[in-house]
Design a protein around this ligand. Sequence first.
Ligand code: RNT
Ligand code: ZN
Length: 413
Amino acid sequence: MSKMFEVAKEQYASLGVDVEKALEVLAKTPISIHCWQGDDVLGFEGGGELTGGIQATGNYPGRARNIDELRSDIEKVLSFVPGTSKVNLHANYLDSKTPVSRDALRPEHFASWVEWANEHGVGLDFNTTFFSSPLSEKGSLTNPDEGLRAFWIRHAKCVREIAEYFGRATGKTCVVNHWIHDGEKEVPIDTVGPRMRLIDSLNQIFTEKKDKRLMRDAVESKLFGIGSESYVPGSHDFYWAYVLLHPEIMLTMDAGHYHPTELISSKISTVLCFAENLLLHVSRPVRWDSDHVVLLDDETRQIMREVVRAGALSRVYLALDYFDASINRVIAWTVGARNARKALLAALLEPVALLKKLEAEGDNSSRLAIQQELLTMPMGAVWDEFCERCNVPVALKWVEEAKKYEQEVAMKR
Ligand code: RNT
Ligand code: ZN
C-alpha cells in the first residue's frame, strides 16, 4: 500500500468517507464493455458495411477483422480495466462458417462466445441488430411491409432466446438492449402509424415471459440519426411511456441520444422514481450522436453521482457505447472504460451522508464548498491503489503495453 494512498484515505475519512468500502463497491459493480469498438461495428456476417443511422469515423490501421482478433483485443482491454467487466455482444457477432439469416440465429451460433466468456470469468450482455441489413432499409420494427416487420420480430425473439442461454450458461444475468434505427429524413405525414406498429412489434416480441435472473430486456430511445434527422418513432417519450406500461422492460438512456443541451444525468432520478431498473449507455456526443470515447468529464461524473447519491447502483445497469476508428482502438476502448470506472470511483468517494445532512440543515454554502474541495482531493492515489489490487497496470503503464501490442499484433493485420 503506497504512502500516498494512506494519506488519501485519511483525507477522505475526515469527511466521513470509508475508502475501503468504496473500493469494495467499485470492484464488484459491473460495467458492460461493448464489443463493437474493436471492429467499427461491422460484426462477422461478412457484409462489411455499417448502415442504419450510425457511423464510425476514421481509418486507423489494426481493426479486428475476425472473431479471434476481436477476442484477442478485448482480452487486452480487459487486462487494462480494473473491476468487474461484462462483455456486450451484438447479434451480428455470431460465430458461423456459413451465413445465418438474422431470424434464424440460435444459441449454437454463440456457443464459442460463452466458452470464451466463461474462460475469462465475464458475463455477457446482448443486442438485437436491426441495422446494416438490406431488409431494414425502410425500417425494422416499424416497417410498413408486414412480411419484413415479422422478420424483425422473429429476429428479436431469437436474440431473447440466445440471451436466456447466455444467462444460464454464464450464471450471470444477460441484459438485452433493443435499438432500432427506424426514422425519417423529413417529418412524415403519418407520425402515428409507425409508432403504433412499433407498439405491436414490441408486444409480440415480449409476449414470452423470461426468467429475470437469466435475461432482461431494455429499449433504447433516440432523438435522431443519420438519415433520420426529423422523425424517430422510438423517441424518449415513446419508450418512457412503453416501459411505464410494461414495468418488466427497462428504459435505456444513451448520453448521445438527446438534444445537445439535454443531459441524461438530469433524467436518472425521475426514471428511478417510477421504474425499478434502468440501463445507461455511457457515451459522449460531440455536436451530434458521435459516440466519442468516454472522458472523465462533468457529465460522466454527474451520471455516476446521480446513481450513487440515489443509492441505486444495484438498480442501474451500466454499459459503454462508443466507437472511435480514428485512433488506436484498444487505447480508445480502454480510455473510455477506465474513465467510466474512474467516474464511478469519484462518485463513491463523495461524502454523500454529510452533504445530505448539510442540505437538510439548509447549509448550502458548506455543501458547495465541500463539493468544490473534493475536486482536488487525491482520488488519483485511490485509483492507483485500486488498479494495483485488481492486478491491472497502474497509471500510464497500460499505454506502453497497448503500444507494444499494437506493434506486435494489430499493425501486422
Ligand atoms: C445507436 C445506439 C446503439 C448502438 C449500438 C451499436 O445510436 O446508441 O446503442 O450504438 O447498438
Ligand atoms: Zn447506445
